[in-house]
Write a protein of this length. Structure first.
Length: 106
């Protein structure tokens, strides 16, 4: 059975503004036809002193407290939306429109 990558995002999920990193990454993954598990790993502000709760579970799972972060089935961790979007663009296309959707999200 093929395991799915896990995407860790903030509480804004993919309901935020179009330019929000967590939303852009999810749109690119869906556009490329990449199935993934999603974990809401951050609540509140991106500024540590304004956050609600801890990002310790995120750190334990990935080694980083940054969102969005993608953890691949082989254990590779990709943090920062630009790096994740670059990884999505490198994946084989599922159909002709998938690369276009991934590029638009970037």
């Amino acid at each position: 059975m093929h395991e799915k990558p896990t995407l860790f995002v903030c509480h804004g999920d993919d309901g935020g503004p179009w330019f929000h990193p967590c939303r852009r990454v999810q749109e690119a993954l869906r556009g490329a036809g990449i199935d993934y598990e999603k974990v809401i790993a951050g609540h509140g502000s991106p500024f540590p002193f304004l956050r609600k709760g801890s990002r310790d579970p995120l750190f334990e799972a990935t080694g980083t407290r940054k969102l969005p972060t993608l953890k691949l089935p082989d254990g590779t961790v990709i943090s920062h939306s630009r790096a994740i979007l670059a990884w999505v663009r490198e994946q084989p296309a599922q159909d002709d429109g998938s690369k276009q959707a991934a590029k638009r999200a970037a």
